[in-house]
Design a protein around this ligand. Sequence first.
Ligand SMILES: NC(=O)c1ccc[n+]([C@@H]2O[C@H](COP(=O)([O-])OP(=O)(O)OC[C@H]3O[C@@H](n4cnc5c(N)ncnc54)[C@H](OP(=O)(O)O)[C@@H]3O)[C@@H](O)[C@H]2O)c1
Length: 243
Amino acid sequence: MKNETYLVTGANSGMGFETARLLAARGATVIGTGRSEERLAAAGRELEGVELVRSDAASAKDIEALAARFAPKSLNGVFVNAGMATFRPFEQATLDQFDSTFALNVRGPFLLLQKLSEAIVDGGSVVINTTIANRKGFPSTSIYAASKGALRSLARVLAAEWASRGIRVNCVAPGPVDTPIYGKVGLAAGDVAELKAGWGSQVPLGRMGTSEEVARMVVFLLGEEGSFVTGAEIDVDGGVVAA
Ligand SMILES: NC(=O)c1ccc[n+]([C@@H]2O[C@H](COP(=O)([O-])OP(=O)(O)OC[C@H]3O[C@@H](n4cnc5c(N)ncnc54)[C@H](OP(=O)(O)O)[C@@H]3O)[C@@H](O)[C@H]2O)c1
C-alpha cells in the first residue's frame, strides 16, 4: 500500500485504531480522526506514521473541513468507522438517542462520502463499519440496529453508483468485539462486564473478537485482495449470524 493514502474515521480507539495501524504498517499514508483530544493524543503516542486530526463525525462543518483536506483523486480508500451505540429497551429509548445516533451513524457517513466523492480515486475502495445487529434482533438495540441497517442500505446503493468508476463499497459487520465502546453505551461498569460476558458466551467460537481481527478484514477489503468484492457485507462475528 506504499504511495497510497487512506482515511480512517474514529482512529483513536478500537477497530479504527487497529486498522490505521495495519494500513500504516503496510506502507500507506494514513489520516485518522477522532473527537476526544485526550484520546487522540494518547493514540498519537502509539500510532506510528498516522496523522491524527480532530473531527467530529456528526458535525457537517467538521466533515466539510475534513473532506477539503483531500485534493481531487488523492484518496485511495476510506474506512467509515466512527460510530456509537446506545442500548435500551424499546419503550425506554429516547428521541435524543435516536437523533444523536442517526446523526453520527447515518447522516455523518452520508455527508462524508458525498464530500469525498471527488477525492476518491477511480478504482478506490470504501469500507463501512456496520454490525451484525442490523440483521439479528438483539433486544435493546433498536436505535443502533436501525441506524446501521440504514448505513448498510446506503453502502449497497453507493456500490452500484460508484461501480462505473471502479470504486468498491463494502461493509464489515462485526459481532461482539472487545473495544472501549462498551464503556460508552450508558451502562454501569458492572453491567458492561455482564453484557460482554453474555455476548461472548453467545458466540460459537466462544469469545468476543478483537479489533485486530476486524482490522485484517477491513484491510483485505480496502486493498487489492478484495478487488472483486463490492456491495457486500462481510460478517466478522465468530459465527453468530450463521448459528
Ligand atoms: N465493538 C463492537 O462489538 C462493535 C460491533 C459491531 C459494530 N461496531 C462498530 O464499530 C465501530 C467502531 O467501534 P469500536 O467498537 O471500535 O469502538 P471505540 O473503541 O469506542 O471506537 C469508536 C471510535 O469512534 C470515534 N467516535 C465516536 N463518536 C465520534 C464522533 N462524533 N466524531 C468522531 N469520532 C467519533 C471514537 O472517537 P472518540 O473516542 O474521540 O469519541 C473512536 O475513535 C462503530 O461504528 C461501532 O458501531 C462495534
